[in-house]
Ligand binder design. Structure first.
Ligand code: NI
Length: 178
């Protein structure tokens, strides 16, 4: 178990398309150690999700844990710590809504991004079993943000109005985002 360094915007590996986790790796001590490191790192840095490429591991693997309650993203529902291996997103409804996103690989900034608000996720769980979930609203945004990292994409790529990319400090000072 170890806290790993999160690589930041500008590190070329953040822009690579990650490789699928091989089926035979699931359940291995090596993969489980990587997942433990991701959990430790997420908890140390403080955040609601972490993708393996953010700690410079080129695999299609992400963890999400939304504490819920009031916080930097307003009043939100909790989602327990879950591991997603080789996830695939399908948009159920194209209708979008925007949220002010932040990212541990883009520290100190917030940006307004519009994304589809009803998605389905197919993935493999930590035991190697297939799973699928449907999400709407803020959760749908969180999963799209996190899984974008697996394709080398950052939320800043999806900002359509560059005046809505701001420093976190000013975001708070000027009450941007309500
Ligand atoms: Ni991110």
């Amino acid at each position: 178990m170890a806290v790993r360094k999160i690589i930041r915007m500008g590190h070329p590996n953040l822009r690579n398309v990650a490789e699928p986790v091989p089926t035979e790796a699931i359940g291995s001590s090596e993969l489980n150690r990587l997942i433990d490191d991701m959990v430790d790192t997420l908890h140390d840095y403080g955040g609601i999700g972490l993708a393996a490429p953010q700690i410079d591991e080129p695999y299609r693997l992400a963890i999400i844990e939304i504490p819920g309650g009031p916080g930097r993203y307003g009043e939100i529902d909790a989602f327990p710590l879950t591991v997603f291996i080789n996830p695939i997103i399908t948009v159920v409804d194209e209708a979008t809504a925007g949220y002010w996103e932040g990212c541990l690989s883009v520290p100190g900034l917030r940006g307004y991004v519009e994304r589809p608000q009803h998605i389905r996720i197919d993935y493999t769980d930590i035991d190697g079993n297939p799973g699928n979930l449907e999400f709407q609203g803020f959760w749908a945004t969180v999963f799209q943000h996190e899984f974008d990292h697996l394709d080398g994409r950052l939320y800043i790529d999806r900002i359509s109005d560059s005046s809505k990319l701001v420093f976190e400090e000013e975001f708070v000072r000027y009450g941007i985002g309500g």
